[in-house]
Structure formats: structure tokens, C-alpha cells
Design a binder for this molecule. Structure first.
Ligand code: BMA
Length: 339
């Protein structure tokens, strides 16, 4: 571990493989990818863009699972090693705050963040159009649905893992009702996780770097480091036959995360392997979660591949941040607060 200090609890059992000899990438793939393949449970056809967190001495996940009727739902799964998963065949059963049962019509692309002893789940939900759904659990057995975080249209949301200047912070990506040929990352703050305001545009798509020229969206929960908040995000390019989803990283100012300090000029990972380039939706690498061990700087990235598989990649936080600083390209507006 080098000079970057990472804030977080030790995670000595983090899934990990060293960079293979001859690989000079900042991010490298798990050699057993994909870790979840077609038809993982009786009801589900494909598990992909999913969230993983440490839980006790093992791991728990909230998985995007597209059912065989084609509709996505979110399911819980458990793992001892973070790589081999037992996924529930049933979707999460919610009650609302009054105790009444509630089920979203669809639910996808979950992110999970722990704040104190509560795990908050954000997903894309049906609210007369896609919007950010919100709920909580303490034990991954009982789930309480909370007020939606946004009005439509918004499909990508993630909370920071602590309050900053006494406010909860949410990154999200306002969009439209279709496949959205635009999209920037915004920050909103809240005193109570219910009322959101003081919106800021943080980062916009980047016209010169074509891999992120169509739209960008925040990925996993930002990681607090001495150099800033480390954010992985997906970037989309638009060749003639559809979108291509890659991912990169940014560092946001610790005290004012509306300010971008550095941002990858080149993608960190783009679809290359068969499980990324061939599937239900070809050419998608879509990160929704990371695990990080502050002691070693090991970073394990969970990403959906081709809207079909769940895959894992690895990085070293120190190397990633050094790479970011040396290969950064901000776009106009990035290092300011866009109001
Ligand atoms: C986005 C979301 C993601 C998906 C991606 C590629 O709009 O629906 O869940 O991975 O498209 O299909």
C-alpha cells in the first residue's frame, strides 16, 4: 500500500487475484469470469448489474435478476467468498413504512450503501416512468420501502457512505423515458434522506473522448480516500449499431464533491471478452459495486457484462489514483459547480 489513505473497515477476506504477468492494465479481470452465468435460478434468466457488500464475515448481494417473463426484479444472494453465490429464487419482499406490503412492478440496477448499521438500497423503479426507488434493511431478511428518491426520469443513483457537511449526498443521472442519448451526473443533498435539493451538475459527458461522449452515469458507492472521493462511472459511446458501455473513474473533492478533481481520459475497462461483447445486450460493462480493503488498497469491482453475466475485475487503489492523476482530462465545467 502506498501513499493513499482509504477510509473504511478492514476487509481481509476481499476476493482478490494479483495482476496477471504481462498485463499492464490499471484494471484486470478475474480469471474465472463470468462469476454468474445464464439461468442462475429457476425463475431468473440473467443476473448482471448488481451490488455486493460485506456482511458479518461473509458477503451479501442485491442482484438485478431479469425473470423469464423479461421483467427485472431485485433478489438477495449470499456468499462466503464473494465469488460463488447462492441467489434467492424469489425477489425481495418489501413492506412500506406503514407495514403494508409493496412490490415494485420492476426493479433494476441496485446500489447498496451502509450508513451506520443500516443498508440502503437504491434501484430503478416504476413511478409512471423510471425513477430512483429507495429502501432499507438491517439484516437482509426484512426490507422497508422508503419514499422514492426522485421523480422520473432517472435510472442511476448512488448515495455517499457518510454525510458530508452534515448532509446526505446522492449522485444521479436525470434522463428520458427511452434509451436516453444524453446524460450527465448530478449531486443532490438532503438533511434526512427524504427532502432533496441544492442540486449541482458534477460531470458531463465528454465530447472529445468518444467512449464517454453519449452519456455517463455514476456506478458504485464512492470510496473515501485522502486524495478525494474515488468514483467509478460508466461512459457510453454510440456507434452505428447501438451503445457501448465502458467504465472509467473520477476523483471528487472531499469537502465539496460537486467538484471534479480528476477524471479518466481513457476508459479503464471496455467490452473485449466474449462474455462482455456477446449476450442479451452486446458490449456492456456496467459497474454497480466495489469492495475495498483499506489496509492493502485492494479494490474488487463487480460489473454486469452484456446484460447477461456478473463479472469481477481488480485494481490497486494507489495505482488507480496515480493513473487518474497522470491521465486525466476534464471537460468544460467539470472543475466548477454547475448551477
Ligand atoms: C441502461 C440500463 C442498464 C443496462 C444498459 C445496457 O439503460 O438499462 O441496466 O445495462 O442500459 O443495456
Amino acid at each position: 500500500m502506498g501513499s493513499t489513505r482509504i477510509v473504511g473497515e478492514p476487509l481481509e477476506n476481499i476476493p482478490w487475484q494479483p495482476r496477471p504477468a504481462g498485463d499492464d492494465g490499471v484494471v484486470w479481470r478475474h480469471d474465472g469470469n463470468p462469476i454468474i452465468g445464464w439461468n442462475p435460478t429457476r425463475r431468473t434468466a440473467r443476473v448482471f448489474n448488481s451490488a455486493v457488500v460485506p456482511f458479518g464475515d461473509a458477503f451479501v448481494g442485491v442482484f438485478r435478476a431479469d425473470h423469464r417473463d423479461g421483467r427485472p426484479q431485485i433478489h438477495v444472494g449470499r456468499s462466503q467468498d464473494g465469488l460463488t453465490w447462492e441467489i434467492d429464487d424469489e425477489d425481495i419482499k418489501w413492506t412500506d413504512e406503514s407495514g403494508a406490503p409493496y412490490q415494485p412492478f420492476y426493479a433494476y440496477d441496485p446500489r447498496v450503501v451502509r450508513l451506520d448499521d443500516t443498508y440502503y438500497i437504491i434501484w430503478c423503479t416504476d413511478f409512471g416512468g423510471p425513477a430512483l426507488g429507495f429502501g432499507m434493511t438491517r439484516d437482509f431478511q426484512e426490507f422497508t420501502r422508503l419514499e422514492n428518491l426522485t421523480i422520473p426520469f432517472n435510472r442511476n443513483g448512488v448515495l455517499f457512505p457518510r454525510k458530508v457537511n452534515d448532509k446526505y449526498l446522492l449522485l444521479s443521472r436525470p434522463s428520458d423515458s427511452g434509451h436516453t442519448p444524453f446524460g450527465d451526473i448530478y449531486l443532490s443533498e438532503s438533511p434526512d434522506l427524504v427532502h432533496w435539493g441544492r442540486h449541482r451538475r458534477v460531470m458531463s459527458r465528454s465530447v472529445p473522448e468518444w467512449w464517454q461522449a453519449v452519456k455517463i452515469g455514476s456506478g458504485p458507492v464512492p470510496i473515501e480516500t485522502s486524495e478525494g472521493w474515488l468514483l467509478l462511472y460508466h461512459g457510453v459511446s454510440g456507434p452505428c449499431n447501438g451503445f457501448v458501455y465502458s467504465f472509467g473513474a473520477a476523483l471528487l473533492d472531499l469537502e465539496n464533491p460537486a467538484k471534479v478533481l480528476y477524471r479518466t481520459r481513457d476508459y479503464l475497462l471496455t467490452p473485449e471478452e466474449p462474455y462482455e461483447t456477446v449476450g442479451f445486450v452486446p458490449n456492456v460493462a456496467f459497474p454497480c459495486a466495489t469492495l475495498c480493503d483499506p489496509g492493502t488498497g485492494r479494490l474488487t469491482i463487480y460489473y454486469g457484462a452484456a446484460d447477461t453475466y456478473l463479472a469481477v475485475a481488480y485494481a490497486d487503489v494507489d495505482e488507480l489514483i496515480a493513473h487518474l492523476k497522470e491521465n486525466s482530462a476534464l471537460v468544460p465545467g467539470d472543475a466548477e459547480e454547475f448551477r
